[in-house]
Design a protein around this ligand. Structure first.
Ligand code: 13P
Length: 256
């Protein structure tokens, strides 16, 4: 990370875990552990149903609240979906878009990711855009092409001013929930490739200012090494964000 140029953001992605009662307990445990840790922004991306209660619970702390997905239409006959404006009213400030689990299990495409990202920005949310290659794509040597294309399509129609609210998370799919982490060199390399794509589209000043996280089995034991890399400006953390002590330890690693 380079804190002089850009914000470090440590975000938890709770995925489909913790109902409001469990969410309350985790936030209560987390609050004292992260007090005064002001060198990074701290976000928890929670299930939709937890957004209002977690937004209430984090008041008076530095924890920010995000959701894990957003629909691209403002309202209408889209059974089961949640709009960006609904999320804002419920208390969300951030929203994950294009997570690989959404792409893999729910048919999301680069085009719908672009629509969701645009809708999130229109409503004033801060999107966390996830990109990342499959193991097979890494093995074929096309990681750079895959993440570049995902990034370019997701950001179509987004100007430099709006990009300031976008965080990008590089999440190699083969490292998610597998316990297998990208090496810090691999993470730095691909985050740098993404930064290069941003530079090509928006110029190098904008690219140097954009926060690019790494996600994929980040945990207390590897966070410091990953975060020490120039192009890695934080983490998007799944499993380890469900344990207050582990998430706090990663936040600690981001203080140095
Ligand atoms: P894990 O940290 O559980 O590998 O999950 C990473 C992730 O998908 C965060 O969005």
């Amino acid at each position: 990370m380079n804190r002089n140029l850009r914000k470090t953001v440590i975000a938890g992605n709770w995925k489909m875990n913790l109902a409001p009662s469990g969410a309350k307990t985790l936030i209560e445990e987390l609050k004292p552990l992260i007090a005064g840790k002001d060198k990074c922004e701290i976000v928890v991306c929670v299930p939709f149903i937890d957004v209002p209660s977690v937004a209430e619970k984090v008041k008076g702390s530095d924890i920010k609240v995000g959701a894990q997905n957003v629909h691209f239409m403002k309202s209408g006959a889209y059974t089961g979906e949640i709009s960006a404006e609904m999320l804002v009213e419920a208390g969300a400030e951030y929203v994950i878009v294009g997570h690989s689990e959404r792409r893999q299990y729910f048919g999301e495409t680069d085009e719908t990711v672009n629509l969701r990202l645009t809708a999130a920005l229109d409503a004033g949310l801060k999107p966390i855009l996830c990109v990342g290659e499959l193991l097979e794509q890494r093995d074929r040597g096309i990681t750079a092409e895959v993440v570049s294309m995902q990034t370019k399509i997701a950001l179509q129609g987004i100007d430099a001013e709006r990009l300031k609210r976008v965080i990008i998370a590089y999440e190699p799919v083969w490292a998610i929930g597998t316990g297998r982490t990208a090496t810090s060199e691999q993470a730095d390399e691909v985050c740098g490739i993404i930064r290069g794509v941003i530079a090509g589209k928006y110029g190098s000043d904008t690219a140097e200012a954009v926060t690019i996280q790494y996600g994929g089995s980040m945990k207390p034991g590897n966070a410091a090494e990953l975060l020490a890399k120039y192009n890695v400006d934080g983490g998007l953390i799944g499993g380890a964000s469900l344990k207050a002590a582990d998430f706090a330890a990663i936040i600690d690693a981001a203080q140095n």
